[in-house]
Structure formats: structure tokens, C-alpha cells
Design a protein around this ligand. Structure first.
Ligand SMILES: [Zn+2]
Ligand SMILES: [Zn+2]
Length: 154
């Protein structure tokens, strides 16, 4: 699968918040945790891990909610101040943001390489066993980074 020419852009529903991704993400995967189900209103959400330095907010104001995770850490969740579209999380791990991949203008290149929190996935969701799957959270995201790199080498 080929990557687009970076930078690429994305944004919220109302168009106020726009961002630019300067380089390829480190990985894209699905999260089936209950929080993502609630926030997305869907069976899972798509997490796109990006290095802080490759994410630029171009416009718009954001508001945040600090969610207490099962780990005991607070995860800052950032939303458009106007339309409340969920755009990215600041996880406890330094140097990265977890952007909601569905906010990309073009999602075609961002096929997920894995799944996390499959223990809480809906029973009707079928797992691709060839992907990098975790029953709980991925404390170490290295396997997801490697799978992303592997699937984009030419
Ligand atoms: Zn908005
Ligand atoms: Zn989740």
C-alpha cells in the first residue's frame, strides 16, 4: 500500500479546526475499548499515532476533557470548540499524539495494521488474525509501529 505525498490535512466536522500531518504516522490501528465505542458512537475508533513534531494545527480552537483511564493516567482528549468533533488525544507517553484517523480528508491510505482492546470488541466484529492484535491496550506500541513500517515498504 503506498503512502500519499506528505503533508496531508484533516479537520473537524464544522471546518474550524484544521491540521496538517507533515510525515507518515507511526501506525494506524483500531481501538475497541469501551471509551472509544462511546466517543465514536461506533464499534471502534481508528487511532493514528503521530510524532508531535509532524502534527501542526493550522486553525481553530479546541477544548479538552481529561479522561481518567483504567491505567490511572489522565488522557487529554481534544475536541473542536465549536462542533465538539473529537480530533486527538495526548497520551501519557511523551512525544506522540493519537489522532482520530477518521478526521483525515483522505482515509484511503490509512488502512489499520492492528487492533487493541479486542477483549471488549462487539461480538459481531470479525478480527483479521494476520494483523497485530492485542486483547488489552498496547503498553508497548513497537509491534504496531513495525507492522505499519512493514506494510509500507516498497
Ligand atoms: Zn468543528
Ligand atoms: Zn480506545
Amino acid at each position: 500500500m503506498s503512502l500519499p505525498d506528505f503533508p496531508v490535512e484533516g479537520g473537524c466536522q464544522c471546518g474550524a479546526v484544521r491540521y496538517r500531518l507533515m510525515h507518515s504516522p507511526l501506525s494506524v490501528y483500531n481501538c475497541h475499548c469501551k471509551d472509544c465505542q462511546r466517543y465514536s458512537g461506533a464499534g471502534w475508533s481508528m487511532s493514528m499515532v503521530v510524532a508531535d513534531h509532524s502534527f501542526e494545527r493550522i486553525s481553530g480552537h479546541t477544548v479538552h476533557y481529561d479522561r481518567l483511564a483504567d491505567s490511572g493516567n489522565f488522557i487529554r482528549m481534544n475536541f473542536c470548540a465549536h462542533c465538539r468533533n473529537w480530533i486527538w488525544n495526548d497520551p501519557p507517553a511523551p512525544g506522540i499524539k493519537i489522532v482520530r484517523a477518521g478526521t483525515l480528508d483522505d482515509l484511503d491510505w490509512a488502512a489499520p495494521v492492528g487492533n487493541i482492546w479486542t477483549d471488549s470488541k462487539a461480538s459481531w466484529v470479525e478480527m483479521d488474525v494476520d494483523l497485530v492484535n492485542f486483547t488489552k491496550g498496547a503498553a508497548d506500541r513497537t509491534p504496531l509501529y513495525k507492522a505499519w513500517a512493514r506494510s509500507h515498504q516498497d
